[in-house]
Design a protein around this ligand. Structure first.
Ligand SMILES: *[C@@H]1O[C@H](CO)[C@@H](O)[C@H](O)[C@H]1NC(C)=O
Ligand SMILES: *[C@@H]1O[C@H](CO)[C@@H](O)[C@H](O)[C@H]1NC(C)=O
Ligand SMILES: *[C@@H]1O[C@H](CO)[C@@H](O)[C@H](O)[C@H]1NC(C)=O
Length: 389
């Protein structure tokens, strides 16, 4: 019997160590609502030991709502409101999250004992006071209030922090770009604020067939619907682009108004961007076999402009870091991709994201440029991935 109990104890302890068990909290602001009108929420797990005064503020991803017309965008918001990333109604009371949240110091040597706030994505972004009615249903855009409510709840502790990482993947990676300066400005200079956007660069480019730009597919309708009554969070960006505030929701324009150190986690061959921004499906099987030369060139030009953007940050800000494997991948930080050996730059070098990011978090002055110098598919550790649509 004793043996049995200790076995269970050991199993529980080892689970505890590997994952971080985050518990569900509703935001305090009663007006901070998800698309469906339920209260915004986040998962929280308190740090300990050397990590007790350091924080990860992480925005969950899930893709923006969108559509080529205003009507389509509204319908996209309505369908989203019925899912787990449009509502808090069916959220689990607790979740185990790995990757940068892992409590195992063997795979996550620096961040393993930090406090972490995992902001549940449920808002479709932006802010509008009044709900819009779609097919008889009220839809709310209160992402701005959700984020501010969470920051306010923890503000006293954050002001005492050593380090705060503002991160997230995909739409959450973009949210980390859009919010990091606001968080920086709320905290005293004694707090180091670091931006770790994962797959949050969505470039304002044309589709392969040249018919429409990404901005016009998503942003125009989206801004009209959800950002009517409030500006994007980065005030310096908004002041510099008063008539083009949409630019403050694009990393490529926004980045010059961010003064915190940035560590990009970003494949130049982002597997969301190729089918959705370039509108190319020829690489979906994970090879270039079905792409003709002009399509290959187009994918390459997208990768190059992504790299140019990151390299230019490196050239002006010596505290920049970046992990950019030449792999078809979108999002790296939440699971075993973070410490697994599939993604290494250069391939086979042992430089995983966990290793390179951890070193940078400790010291932003060491060289942390891990942007692959080969093109896809020449990083052999990850050259057999396909695009999951
Ligand atoms: C490549 O394929 C696209 C789509 O089928 C076609 O429009 C384009 O003309 C082709 N280009 C070349 C150089 O074959
Ligand atoms: C690519 O990077 C590796 C290590 O960072 C280096 O050894 C190699 O010379 C580089 N190759 C080129 C073509 O720049
Ligand atoms: C890709 O290659 C790795 C290592 O060779 C292998 O472990 C993995 O299963 C392969 N994945 C796919 C999708 O074929």
């Amino acid at each position: 019997m004793m043996n049995y109990i200790s076995t269970i104890l050991i199993i529980c302890l080892s689970l505890q160590i590997t994952y971080s068990t985050h518990t569900l909290n509703l935001v305090q602001d009663e007006q901070a609502l998800c698309l469906d009108g339920s209260r915004g929420s986040f998962y929280f797990d308190r740090g300990s030991g050397s990590g007790a005064k350091s924080w990860i503020i992480y925005f969950q991803g899930g893709g923006w709502i969108g559509g080529s017309t205003l009507e389509a965008t509204k319908n996209s918001a309505l369908s989203r409101s019925k899912t787990d990333i449009g509502s808090s109604k069916n959220k689990a009371q607790s979740v185990n999250i790995g990757g940068i949240f892992s409590r195992d110091s063997k795979v996550n040597p620096v961040l393993y004992n930090w406090n972490s706030i995992y902001i549940n994505y449920c808002d479709g972004t932006g802010y509008a006071k009044d709900p819009i009615v779609v097919s008889g249903t009220n839809i709310y855009f209160r992402g701005n209030s959700i984020t501010r409510s969470i920051i306010n709840q923890f503000l006293d502790e954050l002001k005492q922090a050593d380090k705060v990482i503002v991160s997230g993947c995909s739409a959450g990676g973009l949210a980390s770009f859009t919010w990091v300066q606001t968080i920086r400005d709320l905290l005293p200079p004694s707090v180091t604020v670091l931006n770790v956007p994962d797959s949050g660069v969505f470039q304002d480019l044309s589709t392969y067939d040249g018919s429409i730009t990404y901005k016009n597919t998503y942003h125009t309708n989206f801004m009209q619907l959800s950002n009517k009554e409030i500006s994007p969070p980065n005030t310096q960006c908004v002041q510099s682009n008063p008539n083009e505030q949409w630019k403050c929701l694009f990393a490529q324009y926004l980045i010059e108004y961010i003064d915190t150190p940035i560590f990009f986690v970003q494949s130049p061959y982002d597997s969301w961007c190729i089918p959705n921004i370039l509108k190319l499906s020829c690489a979906n099987d994970g090879t270039l076999q079905n792409c003709n030369q002009s399509q290959v060139n187009f994918i390459e030009s997208h990768a190059i402009s992504m790299e140019v953007m990151m390299k230019s940050r490196f050239s002006t800000h010596f505290n920049t870091g970046g992990f950019g494997p030449a792999c078809l991948q979108h999002c790296f930080l939440e699971g075993s991709n973070y410490y697994g050996t599939k993604f290494q730059v250069p391939t086979g070098s042992g430089n995983t994201i966990a290793k390179t990011l951890s070193a940078w978090v400790l010291d932003q002055s060491v060289s942390s440029n891990y942007l692959d110098n080969v093109s896809w598919p020449d990083n052999v550790g990850c050259n057999n991935l396909s695009i999951e649509m």
